[in-house]
Design a protein around this ligand. Structure first.
Ligand SMILES: *Cc1c(COP(=O)(O)O)cnc(C)c1O
Length: 457
C-alpha cells in the first residue's frame, strides 16, 4: 500500500475519541449513547473509504462532520427549500405544496383522536373517508371515492380488484411509462390482469377495442399520456364511445387521468388537461388520479366512480395495504373544500402559481430587485412550466431575477443558494442563475431577498 495512504489511515481518530471530543459534548449528553456511536462509526468508516479512494481528509474534519450530520438530523425543517425553478409541480421538490388550511387540517388531525371509523350520531362503525366521498361527489358527480397512498396504488388496486386475472384492453399509444417506474404494462402484470394491446402507437379506433373484446375481457383501461405528447396524425377512441361499448359488452371502463385536475386548465393559457368530472360524465366506471399533482393536495391516490365498483375495490385485501391515513384524508378533504368554495386559485399554491399574470410576476421580480439594490441583479423574462407529469409541451410566460457576479461562476452561486438558509433552488438561464417569481410562494418574498443577499456576499 502507498505509504502516504498508510500514514493517513493511521492518523484516523478512533471512534471513541471522536465520540468524546469536547466539540460533541453537548450532543453526547443528549443522545442515546448507541446512536452517537453509530454516527461516529459511520463517519470514521466513510473517512477510511475516502482515504483509500485517494482523498486527503483532515482527521479533525471527522468531528465536524459528525456535528454537521447531527445538526441536519435534528433539524425538522432541514430539507425545506424555496422553489425558484419555475417548475410548478416539481417532483424532486415534493410535488404540490398544500394550502395553509390543508396543512393545518393535516397537523390537527394527526395530533388528535377522531371519529375515523365511527359515526358519532349512532356510535356505530362508520366509513373511512366518507367526507372525501361527499366532497368529490359534489365536485365531480361521482358516487363514491376511495383514497389510497398514491395514484400508482390506485391503478394497481383498481385493476387487481376488478379484473380477476382476465384481459384488460389498452391502446398501444397508452401502454406508457410515466416516470419513476410507473409503466402501464408492468402495473397490469403486477395486478394479475392480462394486457391486450390494440391499435397502433399513434392511432387507435373504437373498432380496435370492439374487435379485441371477448368473454374474457374484464376492462378497457384508458391512460392519460401525462408527460409526453403524441401529435400530428393521431386518433383515439373517445371515452363516451368506449363507455357505451363497455356497457353493451359488460366491460368495465377504467381511466387513469393522472393529474386529477378539477379546473379547466385552458382558462390559464395551459394545454387541455382532462378533468375527473368530465371522465365521470363521459361514463367512466372508475377514474384514478393523484392527489398531489394538479389537485394540489397531499400525496394520495383517488379512486373515484360508481359506488358498486368502488366498494368492490375497497373490499380487496390490497386496499388495506395501500390505504390513506387520517392525516391524508383530512388533507384531501381540506383541499377539496377549496374547490367547493370556489377559492382554489387563491388558496391552493399550485393554482395560485399557475394563475399569476406576467405583469404581476414582473412587478414582483422588480420589487426583489429594488430591495436588493445590487448592480448584478437583473429582472428577466422566463418561461415556467407545470411539471410532475402533467401538461407537457406548454409553458407560461413568467419573470424572475437573474444574478451574475463577475468572478463567481454560476455553479458556485447556485450552490450558495441551495445550501443557504433559507435554501433556494434556482434555475439556470443562459448560464446565469435565476429565480423564477412564479413558483416562489406568496409568503416567501423576504426569504428570497435575504437568501439572494447572502449568496451575493
Ligand atoms: C403521475 C401519474 C401516475 C402515478 O401517480 P403517483 O401519484 O405518482 O403514484 C400514474 N398515472 C398517470 C397517468 C400519471 O400521470
Amino acid at each position: 500500500m502507498d505509504p502516504d495512504i498508510q500514514r493517513r489511515l493511521r492518523a484516523l481518530p478512533s471512534v471513541h475519541s471522536v465520540m468524546s471530543d469536547p466539540a460533541l459534548a453537548n450532543w453526547a449528553s443528549r443522545l442515546p449513547p448507541d446512536a452517537l456511536l453509530r454516527i461516529a462509526q459511520s463517519s470514521v468508516d466513510e473517512a477510511r473509504s475516502g482515504i483509500l479512494g485517494g482523498s486527503t481528509l483532515d482527521p479533525a474534519a471527522i468531528v465536524q462532520r459528525v456535528a454537521n450530520r447531527l445538526s441536519e438530523m435534528t433539524d425538522a425543517a432541514g430539507s425545506i427549500v424555496v422553489n425558484g425553478t419555475g417548475v410548478v409541480i416539481h417532483t424532486n421538490l415534493g410535488r404540490s405544496p398544500v394550502s395553509r388550511a390543508t396543512a393545518d387540517a393535516m397537523a390537527w388531525h394527526a395530533g388528535r383522536y377522531q371519529a375515523l371509523e365511527l359515526r358519532l350520531d349512532t356510535g356505530e362503525r362508520g366509513g373511512r373517508g366518507d367526507e372525501v366521498s361527499q366532497l368529490m361527489g359534489a365536485l365531480t358527480g361521482a358516487e363514491q371515492t376511495l383514497v389510497v397512498n398514491n395514484n400508482a396504488a390506485a391503478v394497481l388496486l383498481t385493476l387487481a380488484a376488478t379484473t380477476s386475472a382476465r384481459d384488460v384492453i389498452v391502446s398501444r399509444g397508452e401502454a406508457v411509462e410515466i416516470g419513476g417506474g410507473f409503466r402501464v404494462p408492468d402495473v397490469l402484470r403486477q395486478s394479475g390482469a392480462n394486457l391486450v394491446e390494440v391499435g397502433t402507437t399513434n392511432r387507435t379506433y373504437l373498432r380496435d377495442y370492439e374487435a379485441a373484446t371477448t368473454d374474457n375481457t374484464a376492462a378497457y383501461l384508458k391512460v392519460h399520456a401525462s408527460n409526453f405528447l403524441i401529435s400530428g396524425f393521431t386518433a383515439a377512441a373517445s371515452l363516451t364511445d368506449l363507455a357505451a361499448l363497455g356497457r353493451l359488452r359488460g366491460v368495465l371502463l377504467i381511466e387513469d387521468v393522472g393529474s386529477g385536475c378539477l379546473l379547466d386548465t385552458r382558462q390559464y393559457g395551459l394545454a387541455y388537461e382532462p378533468t375527473i368530472a368530465e371522465s365521470i360524465a363521459a361514463g367512466a366506471d372508475v377514474v384514478c388520479a393523484s392527489g398531489d399533482k394538479l389537485l394540489g393536495g397531499p400525496q394520495a391516490g383517488l379512486i373515484v366512480g360508481r359506488a358498486e365498483v368502488v366498494k368492490q375495490i375497497a373490499a380487496h385485501p390490497l386496499a388495506r395495504a395501500v390505504r390513506a391515513d387520517k392525516s391524508c384524508l383530512a388533507g384531501i378533504a381540506a383541499t377539496l373544500r377549496h374547490y367547493l368554495l370556489n377559492e382554489a386559485e387563491r388558496e391552493i399554491p399550485v393554482w395560485w402559481s399557475i394563475s399569476r399574470s406576467p405583469d404581476w410576476l414582473r412587478e414582483r421580480a422588480e420589487r426583489w430587485q429594488a430591495e436588493l439594490g445590487h448592480p448584478f441583479v437583473e429582472v428577466v423574462q422566463t418561461e415556467s412550466v407545470v411539471g410532475g407529469g402533467s401538461l407537457p409541451g406548454r409553458t407560461l410566460p413568467s419573470f424572475g431575477i437573474a444574478l451574475a457576479v463577475p468572478g463567481t461562476a454560476s455553479d458556485e452561486l447556485a450552490r450558495r443558494l441551495r445550501t443557504g438558509s433559507p435554501a433556494v433552488m434556482p434555475r439556470i438561464i443562459d448560464e446565469r442563475v435565476a429565480i423564477d417569481a412564479r413558483t416562489v410562494l406568496p409568503d416567501e418574498d423576504t426569504r428570497v431577498v435575504s437568501a439572494v443577499r447572502a449568496a451575493l456576499g
